[in-house]
Design a protein around this ligand. Sequence first.
Ligand code: SAM
Length: 214
Amino acid sequence: MPRKKHIKIAEVKNFSNVFNYKDENVFKKICNYFGHKSGYTLELGCGQGDYTINLARLHPRTKFIGVDRKPSRIYDGAKHSNEIKITNVGFLVGYAELLAEILPPSCVDEIWITFPDPYPRRSSMKKRLTHPRFLAIYKKILKTGGIVSLKTDDETLYHYTLKVVNELGLKLIKESSDLYNNNILTEEEKILTKYERKHLADGKKIKLVRFAFL
Ligand SMILES: C[S@@+](CC[C@H](N)C(=O)[O-])C[C@H]1O[C@@H](n2cnc3c(N)ncnc32)[C@H](O)[C@@H]1O
């Protein structure tokens, strides 16, 4: 492992705004940090947390948690939000697969999934973060009517997610296969991530799917 990455992994453990799924009483630690037991918005696969930090700027009274399995990716966002003193942001080193074991039922208002690994092969379909097995987990931690939003550049993941939403009878709120062409965007939808900037620079079309559990 490169030395820089190694240092980040070691340092991020000491950040006051970073929690680890392996910690004992991790949810209690999260509640103590934010002073709240519910009303969270999550960004899954947050990387360096662009959505988490910019959503937190838009909504200073809401509590935002960026979730990523890789602590070295979380390091940059956590360091930056500490430096700019944003207190309504935290980061959780953890797997989307384990969210219902880490967080209690109904404590989340909204989930953003920003440019997840698309897993285009059929054999890896179960790893897609909008596969029904993940949606079942999200449903447990979301409040009734909680919203899930996916941003992706990947055609297969976009169509797959629309199909799953339809098959499971979920409420489609908004969708676009070309978000920045002829759409009225909310301030939240306009936030760009590191990967999104790369995809836009490569001339790719950005797709959005937003849906709710009834
Ligand atoms: C392509 S990157 C996108 C990062 C960021 N959202 C962006 O748009 O710049 C995907 C991220 O998802 C994380 N990830 C993939 N599968 C995950 C899982 N099951 N649970 C948590 N994080 C996951 C990866 O570690 C990686 O940082």
